[in-house]
Design a protein around this ligand. Structure first.
Ligand SMILES: [Zn+2]
Length: 380
């Protein structure tokens, strides 16, 4: 059954297009069949028409980094005091005691605010979260995350070989300081062999800098006490240099955070075509400072946004994430650049740009509308 979606305006993010007035898009429920203006499409269209009225239609949003496993920890962590106090407060809870109702509510809040695809990271409950995402009807990559100094066993698998109509699983490493180098490399190799994206938290805070460079500091002691400290070589590398030395940076790797990156680190990320996911409100919530957004975006790095978990953010609303960035960034972004941070770029980073990221023939018919209070920020 064909349906036609109408909107007064649209930004499709199709290559070379701007604001389209009198927009219309025909789809069959699973893919977009035609896009154009209503005045041209109506001549040959017969079927149901959904007129959204005076809105600006855009592609559905992509949340490129979330931990739904932690959805029961809303309001239960310390805010604004830095990474160590935050993680101590996080771990003082039953961190991985999965709460299905909290996860269902979290996914529902994402869908309601225009997100149709997310990249979820789970340390202990990957398969369960994948089931819940599937049940909710949201598109997803569910990453099974490895953490700890264990070396992978010969022939180990890092994610269940299961696919869903709208989702897949993949493998992720937690971070350079917490996951053995052999494990980080093995997961990257397995993801690449399966043609799937790889995710890693990278250069998030100053504690990480010290552990990777020298293996020292209060956080290193804490991790060591918990049996989670990985040997990062103590060669004076930055986290990005260390990741480069492991051979895990390329165009199917998504580096999360990148708060503490030098110009040289940014060059490395750009040259290796590594994708970067910024989590501006999470970094602010924890009190880690902020990434050099302007340099990262200007370098040509494929940059997307994620909320991170509700344990380090106020909500999982990607429009709020974009609003925070646009209100604080020091360089002007075009409407297309700004919208791409929450749509097209995430689709590319997560290797689903054939299905998401723009309103285009062959892609999934999933949309969002620009909240009216963001129109001034987006259309300078
Ligand atoms: Zn995270």
């Amino acid at each position: 059954m064909k349906n036609c979606i109408r909107a007064a305006k649209a930004i499709t993010l199709q290559e070379g297009t701007g604001l389209v007035e009198d927009f219309a898009c025909i789809h069959n429920g699973t893919e977009i069949l035609e896009t154009g203006t209503w005045s041209s499409i109506k001549k040959s269209f017969s079927g149901d028409v959904t007129d959204l009225g005076d809105v600006i239609l855009v592609p559905a949003l992509i949340n490129a980094h979330v931990h739904l496993e932690l959805s029961h920890l809303e309001g239960k962590t310390l805010q604004g005091q830095g990474f160590m106090p935050w993680i101590i407060s996080l771990l003082s809870n039953a961190t991985y005691a999965i709460d299905e109702t909290a996860i269902r509510n979290a996914v529902s809040s994402m869908l309601k605010t225009g997100t149709a695809f997310c990249a979820d990271i789970s340390t202990q409950n990957c398969s369960k979260v994948a089931e819940l995402l599937h049940e909710a009807g949201i598109g997803f990559y569910a990453f099974c995350e490895a953490i700890g100094p264990q070396i992978p066993k010969e022939g180990a698998s890092f994610f269940p070989d299961k696919t869903y109509p709208l989702g897949r699983l993949s493998g992720a490493g937690h971070a350079p300081y917490s996951t053995h180098a052999d494990m980080l490399r093995a997961i990257k190799k397995a993801d690449s062999a399966a043609n799937r994206p790889y995710s890693i938290h990278l250069a998030e805070n100053e504690e990480e800098d010290e552990i990777v460079a020298k293996g020292t500091g209060a956080f290193a002691q804490m991790l060591s006490g918990a049996g989670l400290l990985a040997d990062c070589g103590k060669k004076g590398f930055s986290p990005v240099e260390y990741a480069l030395s492991l051979g895990i940076l390329d165009d199917s790797t998504l580096a999360i955070h990148c708060v503490r990156v030098s110009d040289n680190d940014i060059n490395i990320l750009a040259e290796t075509k590594t994708n970067v996911c910024l989590c501006p409100r999470s970094n602010e919530f924890i009190g880690e400072g902020r990434a050099p957004w302007e340099k990262i975006i200007s370098s040509g790095i494929n940059t997307c946004l994620g909320t991170d978990s509700i344990a380090s953010n106020h909500d999982l609303n990607m429009w709020n994430e974009l609003e925070y960035l646009l209100k604080n960034i020091k360089i002007p972004l075009t409407t297309q650049q700004a919208l791409s941070l929450v749509t097209k770029n995430g689709a590319k980073a997560l290797m689903v740009e054939n299905l998401y990221g723009s309103i285009e023939v062959g892609k999934r018919p999933v949309f969002a509308t620009v909240p009216s209070h963001l129109e001034d920020l987006l259309f300078l």
